[in-house]
Design a protein. Structure first.
Length: 119
């Protein structure tokens, strides 16, 4: 199983980025029944929760610090989850990780993509 994040980069404060995480090695059923999340880890800090989405995309949850600015979504046909990030702030600078939790409790992580918010 591989989770591959993409879409990170350097952006100015106030700008936007869309991260993608594509999962391979899952059956389509496994992906469509898995909860997907984004986490991030800033330099010198612990990894923290950013956003999650339920298997059918009905329920989403966000960390307070990103509510109203970030949107998580998924395309089960493409085995991909997205994180649209708007109104980015320097404090959003971090490595962003994709996480999948299957119905059987298996937990998978990607290797991360770096987001740098700086002028």
């Amino acid at each position: 199983v591989q989770l591959v994040e993409s879409g990170g980069g350097l952006v100015q404060p106030g700008g936007s980025l869309r991260l993608s995480c594509t999962v391979s090695g899952f059956t389509s059923r496994t992906f469509s029944t898995s909860g997907m999340s984004w986490y991030r880890q800033a330099p010198g800090k612990e990894r923290e929760f950013v956003a999650s989405i339920s298997s059918r995309g009905v329920r989403t949850d966000y960390a307070d610090c990103v509510k109203g600015r970030f949107t998580i979504s998924r395309d089960n046909a493409k085995s991909t989850v997205y994180l649209q990030m708007n109104s980015l702030k320097p404090e959003d600078t971090a490595v962003y990780y994709c996480n999948a939790v299957t119905l059987t409790g298996m937990n998978y992580w990607g290797k991360g993509t770096l987001v740098t918010v700086s002028s």
